[in-house]
Write a protein that binds this ligand. Structure first.
Ligand code: HSE
Length: 322
């Protein structure tokens, strides 16, 4: 099923970021799954904070959704996924994470799409920061895709999210156990008070003499520490914070009037980062000038991470698109 896995041998030469930083060369790596490129509609899948281009197959982080006879069916589509340069899965480390914005990564992905000689995608789908990068791609190239499916995200990061990214930065810069401690804080925001109550019920780990919720958080901190680099964490955190398709350019309506793509917004009713309410506002804005837009909500106690948990609901919401 997996076709290719390589670093595109080009390099985006003389790439200048939104902030004005110059890079002589940026490597972009990608993976392809399903039918060979240019024989079937192509679905671009954007990964979230700690994900990568391995979206299906061995260690695929979206295996429940993408694969043979799954909702995004690899016997019908070509699946393309890029690694965000600097995510730790392509051997590149971006030290100056503050140089980059979500829009810079969108520009890099567009160059990758051009390099692969893809004129139009069938769909771009992504959760969280991956969905934010999807919005940025559409704003830069309004006809690049037939469908946009942003999940647990929005066209701009919310103030609550920016505040949490700021705290993540402080922990990453100042803690003696930066990745572990930052992950523990982040897990509180990825889930919800209700999901913790459902899962732990104030139960205790007698051996360690701590609450089970504490031991679970510690476990997640250690798990990430083993598989993640601090430079990647800082970069991805910065991307999450900088999602905003309107920064220094046109307003939302001007940008989105240019696209004929169907926009299928999927919110999560317990998401603390990208609230369902702000997603509904985006939908209402779009509805004023665009016919082919929909809003659906995942009903879950699991918060932001529900896009990695609630597969039955996602299958139902995506069935008519794929
Ligand atoms: N919890 C997921 C999603 C964050 O948006 C991750 O760590 O990648």
């Amino acid at each position: 099923m997996k076709l290719e896995n390589k670093t595109i041998p080009i390099i985006l030469q003389n790439f200048v970021t939104e902030s004005g930083a110059s890079y002589n060369a940026i490597n972009l790596s990608y993976e392809l799954f399903g039918l060979p490129l240019h024989t079937a509609p192509i679905v671009l899948v954007n990964h979230a904070l700690t994900g990568n281009a391995q979206v299906t197959g061995e260690n695929g982080w979206w295996n429940d959704l993408i694969g043979e006879n799954k909702t995004i069916d690899t016997t019908k589509y070509t699946i393309l996924a890029f690694n965000v340069p600097g995510n730790g899965h392509n051997g590149i480390s971006i030290e100056n994470h503050t140089d980059f914005t979500a829009r810079d990564i969108a520009r890099i992905f567009i160059k990758g799409i051009e390099f692969l000689k893809i004129n139009q995608l069938y769909a771009i789908i992504g959760g969280s920061v991956g969905g934010g990068i999807a919005w940025e791609i559409l704003a830069l190239e309004p006809q690049i895709t037939k469908h946009l499916i942003p999940i647990a995200t929005d066209w701009k990061s919310t103030d609550w999210l920016i505040a949490n990214c700021y705290l993540q930065e402080l922990i990453l810069n100042n803690s003696s156990n930066p990745i572990e401690d930052a992950r523990i804080h982040a897990m509180l925001c990825y889930r919800s008070p209700e999901s913790f109550k459902e899962k732990f019920q104030r139960t205790k780990n007698d051996e360690l003499a701590i609450f089970n919720v504490e031991s679970w958080l510690g476990h997640h901190g250690k798990k990430l520490q083993k598989r993640y680099q601090i430079s990647s964490y800082k970069l991805m955190n910065q991307l999450l914070k900088t999602i905003d398709i309107t920064r220094n350019t046109d307003d939302f309506e001007t940008l989105m009037s240019k696209t004929t793509a169907d926009i299928h917004i999927i919110g999560i009713n317990s998401d603390l980062f990208f609230s369902a309410r702000e997603n509904q506002e985006t939908y209402q804005e779009l509805k004023k000038f665009k016919e082919n837009v929909s809003y659906n909500e995942i009903d879950s106690v699991h918060g932001h991470d529900a896009f990695l948990i609630e597969y039955k609901q996602l299958d139902n919401l995506l069935a008519s698109i794929f």
